[in-house]
Design a protein around this ligand. Structure first.
Ligand SMILES: Cc1cc2nc3c(=O)[nH]c(=O)nc-3n(C[C@H](O)[C@H](O)[C@H](O)COP(=O)(O)OP(=O)(O)OC[C@H]3O[C@@H](n4cnc5c(N)ncnc54)[C@H](O)[C@@H]3O)c2cc1C
Length: 477
């Protein structure tokens, strides 16, 4: 790889080529900025593309197909017999999807004339005469310097481990679990956030005996309480063993697998044995060794503090993605943060990210899609709250799909009908939530939505009914 001559001064150098970094690079180039993208791996895409969003959703789609095939007779389709799973082919398809998107990113970098540099990037200190110097160390330990007017840190995160544990072929993080050579017979999942819940859902569909152990009192703890409650009921109905309010005491290897010892919600010691254990207890920002200590950048428990333009306390240094303090670690949040940062750098208009306008999606069976305040949060903030709830059992498209579990819940402000939060558990919830995000972004009201035509028969009509329910006027329930 050739490095550019030292005298090239970039408008922005981005450290990290995950969804936050590559989005910032592309939008920066679209604004006409001279952009350098520094990525330590040979492949762009980061956690999201290689060991996160994309591979998990690919495998969850396999699980969905498997589920449909297992119920083929209900849909009048015979001759399928007992479907068998070719796990190697499942993984190959997943890897093919990743490879295709890696190529797509390579193409986009060339198209936008973004200078790619392979190596580990680090800040060397504050700018001198408005120019920052970023040091890049490549795989052969050769060091070069990149001169740039602005720097965006986008170095992402990695899975947290429980103290004393090291990931291997039995103690798994999101990385190891995505390349298991066969579906495990049993799996203990520690942590019931989106990552843990998605793997639990997927492997249960493939026949694995799954136990979930969660420290907090409920699964998907960031969601509305009613979603957590119903999700727990539905997971239990699927035969998943759900333990909340449970503190893991020990994870040990046994002859054939692992043993998880925990104190349950009643203070009783319990033991779950499984072939594998997935540790899904959150993600640590990758901010070590990137030179933040040589600058005025303010940190908060390893995360980088930024303002509404994603700029740190060090002028000209921005941070986006999973390393940012106070924002959820989601690919679409990182990407939008990148868009905001380069808009600021290019002197364009931008809107700071609002936490209450961020969709959160969990691709379990059934799915969760939510945005804005939960009912409890809205009450805590002092709103006079009105709630509308509509079950998918009353939606004709859900009947057609054979997918009646779940509901739509609208949290609205009683005074002006402002929509404060939308919480969906059910079929295609991760797609349906897009409407709610758009409406909230445009500050729509319940009344406006009650008069917004939704096509029939669609799952989206369940939103129309839920808005109606806020005024006690759902049509189909
Ligand atoms: C199993 C799993 C499933 C997920 N599913 C979803 C989902 O469905 N939807 C969603 O929105 N989010 C999901 N996420 C979260 C999502 O993956 C992250 O929020 C997202 O990848 C963060 O993007 P990022 O660009 O900040 O960091 P990353 O994607 O982690 O990318 C950072 C990049 O920076 C590089 N890098 C690090 N340090 C340096 C350095 N010093 N120099 C050069 N390069 C460096 C790394 O090699 C990496 O390529 C999931 C995460 C996991 C683990």
């Amino acid at each position: 790889m050739e490095f550019p001559l030292a005298e090239t001064i970039y408008d922005v150098a981005i450290i990290g080529g995950g969804p936050a970094g590559y989005t910032a690079a592309i939008r920066g180039a679209e604004y006409g900025l001279k952009v350098a993208l520094i990525e330590s791996s040979a492949k762009l895409g980061g956690t999201c593309l290689h060991v996160g969003c994309i591979p998990t959703k690919a495998l969850l789609f396999n699980a969905e197909i498997w589920d449909h095939l297992s119920h083929a007779a209900e849909f009048g389709i015979g001759g399928i017999g007992a479907p068998t799973l070719n796990w190697a082919a499942v993984l190959k398809r997943k890897d093919g999807i990743i490879a295709k998107h890696v190529k797509g990113l390579d193409f986009l970098m060339k198209k936008h004339k973004i200078e790619r540099m392979e190596g580990f990037g680090r800040l060397t200190g504050p700018a001198t005469d408005g120019v920052h110097t970023v040091e890049v160390t490549n795989a052969a330990d050769e060091i070069s310097q990149v001169k740039t007017k602005n720097v965006i840190l986008a170095t992402g995160s990695e899975a947290k481990m429980l103290p004393g544990l090291v990931a291997d072929d039995r103690i798994l993080t999101n990385i190891e679990i995505l390349s298991l050579n066969q579906v495990p017979k049993s799996l203990a999942v520690i942590g019931a956030g989106a990552v843990g819940m998605e793997f639990a859902s997927m492997f249960r569909t493939f026949g694995t005996e799954v136990s979930i152990v969660e420290f907090l009192p409920r699964v998907v703890p960031v969601e509305d309480e009613e979603i957590s409650k119903e999700m727990t009921r539905l997971f239990k109905k699927r035969g998943i063993d759900v333990n909340t309010g449970a503190r893991v005491e020990k994870v040990e290897k046994t002859e054939g697998g692992v043993k998880v010892t925990f104190t349950d919600a009643n203070g009783k010691t319990q033991v779950k044995e499984a072939e594998k254990v997935l540790v899904a207890v959150g993600r640590t920002p990758r901010t070590g060794g990137i030179g933040v200590e040589k600058t005025k950048i303010e940190m908060e428990r390893g995360f980088v503090k930024v303002d509404g333009a994603q700029e740190t306390a060090e002028p000209g240094v921005f941070a986006i993605g999973d390393i940012v303090a106070g924002l959820p670690q989601l690919a679409h949040v990182g990407a939008m943060a990148g868009v905001v940062a380069v808009a600021k750098i290019a002197g364009r208009e931008f809107r700071p990210i609002r936490r209450d306008r961020i969709p959160g999606c969990t691709y379990t069976e059934p799915q969760i899609g939510s945005v804005g305040l939960t009912e409890a949060q809205a009450r805590e903030k002092g709103y006079e709250v009105k709630v509308g709830k509509f079950p998918f059992a009353g939606n004709s498209k859900a009947t057609i799909l054979g997918s009646h579990d779940g509901f739509v819940k609208i949290v609205a402000d009683a005074k002006y009908g402002e929509i404060l939060g939308v919480h969906i558990l059910g079929p295609q919830a991760t797609e349906l939530i897009a409407e709610a995000v758009a409406v909230m972004e445009l500050e729509g009201t319940v009344e406006e939505m009650i008069f917004t035509i939704h096509a029939h028969p669609t799952l989206a009509e369940s939103l129309l009914d839920a808005y109606g329910a806020v005024e006690g006027m759902a049509i189909n329930a």
